[in-house]
Design a protein around this ligand. Structure first.
Ligand code: CP
Length: 317
């Protein structure tokens, strides 16, 4: 398979299982390629035939709006044949195993698999079952690499070099695959990362991965260039009262509010979605000009086009 390359660098990845497997150069190369695809999205006809000989299956065992639709749009913008698998309407409901499912789908001659699953490690397992390129669209609380890439791409639109930039990630850290991929990616490209949230949400891995911890929202917002709020994942932790007393108390202590935007005029607001309005962000904050949340969504299509292009080993655009 031909790989994209520059004079001194060759992108040589077959899969995207997590940013832990990607070097700083790989990450910066994907982000650089995504710029070309972002420009294509602004054309009157935002289509290129780069993947017209490829067949891609989107294998989603867990709910998604942004990731699933933007992968599908990216694939269709590039001319791929696309099939969508949803566990809730498949023979998984009759007891078919993941291995049997993917091997049957692979027998239909597919080139790439985009997989979201509630269990960490499933994308890696798929690489052992089939020859297709595997792209992780979120596996449990492990990684969500394309989300972190689109987050970094959006930060680059504000600050072209992320080296030394100050990124705060605030919220439900212990249940978040987004935070893991962002810490890995951002520290590889030289950004400083502070993780802020209640002690009950703060896992040990944060400091081991090179980020700092803060339990003080005001201090964190006064420091950062970008503040990314993360969703409180009530579905992963059972009752909210297990980890903090109430959503109202969480919002009082860690929700970003209009008063913060007035007091600290420089930082931008990001959120991977879906937002719990009135919990992580005051609703007016999510709709304010300081928020780049919908830019993140638009950029997600471009970043996923870049990843699909690079992992397909295709010709340069
Ligand atoms: N950010 C994100 O992964 O959103 P979805 O769950 O809607 O795909």
């Amino acid at each position: 398979m031909a790989k994209a390359s520059t004079e001194n660098y060759s992108f040589d990845q077959k899969h995207l299982l997590g940013l832990a497997d990607y070097s700083r150069e790989d990450i910066l190369y994907v982000l650089d390629q995504a710029k070309s695809f972002r420009e294509i999205l602004d054309r009157p006809v935002p289509k290129i035939p780069t993947l017209r000989d490829k067949t891609i299956v989107n294998l989603f065992y867990e709910n998604s709006t942004r990731t699933r639709l933007s992968f599908e749009l990216a694939q269709k913008r590039m001319g791929a044949d696309v099939v969508n698998f949803s566990a809730s309407t498949s023979s998984t409901k009759k007891g078919e195993s993941l291995k049997d499912t993917i091997q049957n789908i692979s027998s239909m001659k597919i080139d790439m698999v985009v997989c979201r699953h509630e269990s960490p490690g499933v994308p890696h397992f798929l690489t052992q079952c089939v020859d297709a390129a595997i792209l992780n669209a979120g596996d449990g609380a492990h990684e969500h690499p394309t989300q972190a890439l689109l987050d970094m791409f959006t930060m680059q639109q504000i600050h072209p070099s992320l080296d030394g930039k100050k990124v705060a990630i605030i919220g439900d850290i212990s249940h978040s695959r987004v935070v893991r991929s962002n810490i890995i990616g951002l520290t590889k490209v030289g950004a400083k990362v502070v993780i802020c949230g209640p002690k009950t949400f703060m896992p040990k891995f944060v400091e081991d991965m090179g980020a700092e911890i803060s339990y003080n929202l005001e201090e964190t917002l006064s420091w950062c260039d970008v503040a990314m709020a993360l969703r409180i994942q009530l579905e992963r932790q059972g009752k909210s009262t297990e980890l903090f007393p109430s959503l109202r108390e969480y919002h009082d202590l860690f929700g970003i509010k209009m008063k913060h935007l007035e007091k600290y005029p420089d930082f931008k607001i990001m959120h991977p979605g879906p937002i719990n309005r009135g919990v992580e962000l005051q609703s007016e904050v999510a709709d304010s000009e300081r928020a780049v949340i919908l830019d993140q969504v638009t950029n997600g299509v471009a970043v996923r086009m870049a990843v699909l292009y690079l992992l397909s080993g295709g010709i340069r655009i």
